[in-house]
Design a binder for this molecule. Structure first.
Ligand SMILES: [Zn+2]
Length: 108
């Protein structure tokens, strides 16, 4: 595994799993796991060996992460709401279903 990063989970090296054991008898350690890199597909799993390690990182650094793109006001998506009749396939009963459609505001 030549192209890798170390897992960024702050407690990765504390998980008691066999694949983290390194060293010789008398001086063994649990070591942070390697995460293989695939340059054409980068997401959170490019930096973490597991969902747990990602969660540990996010919980520890949440203030710094939020500071990257703070949300100070709510976002809104323009919609149209209609009620349309819908028939259940399993019992044949008709009921009114609330349909939410996104409104395209870009003139398209
Ligand atoms: Zn990890």
């Amino acid at each position: 595994m030549s192209n890798f990063v170390w897992c960024h989970g702050p407690s990765c090296h504390k998980s008691h799993t066999q694949d983290r054991i390194r060293g010789v008898k008398g001086s063994k350690v649990l070591r942070t796991k390697k995460v293989p890199q695939h340059s054409n597909h980068i997401n959170m799993y490019s930096y973490f060996c597991s969902q747990g390690c990602y969660n540990d990182f996010a919980h520890k650094h949440v203030r710094e992460v939020i500071a990257i793109a703070p949300r100070t006001e709510p976002l809104e998506t323009p919609i149209e709401v209609t009620k349309e009749p819908h028939t259940n396939s399993w019992n044949g009963q008709t009921y009114m279903e609330t349909i939410i459609r996104t409104v395209d505001t870009n003139g398209g």
